[in-house]
Ligand binder design. Structure first.
Ligand code: NI
Length: 149
C-alpha cells in the first residue's frame, strides 16, 4: 500500500472545513482508508484525518493502540453528540505540526455518532486517550489545529 504524504502547516487544506462523506461514496473510499491506516502507522501517529493527506472529507483513522477493542477504527462523518462538563488537560502533538507539543484541554468523556467502513451507523462513548484522539481528529475536519487551542 502506498504511504501518503502528510501535509504540514501552512498547507491551506489543513485550514478548510471538510465536507461530509456521502453514504454512496463509502465503498469507493476503501483504498483510501487502507492507505491512511498505513500512513498513520508509518508516521507513528495515534490518529490521522483526511485533510492531513489533502482530502477535505470527514474521515479519520484511529490507531488500535488507543481503541477499546484494539482494532483500527475508521470514523466517517464523526460528530460529538454529548460530552462531559469535565475537561482534562494533556500534552498533544500533531503530525501536521512537526516538533510541537501543546497542552490541550479536552472533554473527559464524549458520545460520538459516525458511520463505519460499511456505512453502518455507530453510536458509542469514548473516554481517556481514545476520546482525546477523536476530539483532535474532529478538530482537523473543521480546520482546527492544536495551535488554535
Ligand atoms: Ni493532528
Amino acid at each position: 500500500m502506498p504511504i501518503l504524504k502528510i501535509l504540514t502547516i501552512p498547507e491551506p487544506s489543513l485550514r478548510q472545513k471538510s465536507v461530509a462523506v456521502k453514504p454512496t461514496e463509502i465503498l469507493k473510499l476503501k483504498p483510501l482508508f487502507l492507505d491512511m491506516i498505513d500512513t498513520m502507522y508509518s508516521a507513528d501517529g495515534v490518529g490521522l484525518a483526511a485533510p492531513q493527506i489533502g482530502k477535505n472529507i470527514r474521515l479519520a483513522t484511529i490507531n488500535k493502540e488507543v481503541t477499546p477493542d484494539k482494532k483500527d477504527w475508521i470514523l466517517i462523518n464523526p460528530k460529538i453528540t454529548k460530552h462531559s462538563w469535565k475537561r482534562i488537560k494533556d500534552e498533544e502533538g500533531c503530525l501536521s505540526i512537526p516538533g510541537m507539543k501543546k497542552e490541550v484541554a479536552r472533554y473527559a468523556k464524549i458520545t460520538i455518532k459516525a458511520l463505519d467502513v460499511k456505512g453502518r451507523p455507530l453510536n458509542f462513548q469514548a473516554e481517556n486517550l481514545f476520546a482525546r484522539v477523536i476530539q483532535h481528529e474532529i478538530d482537523h475536519l473543521d480546520g482546527i489545529l492544536i495551535v488554535d487551542k
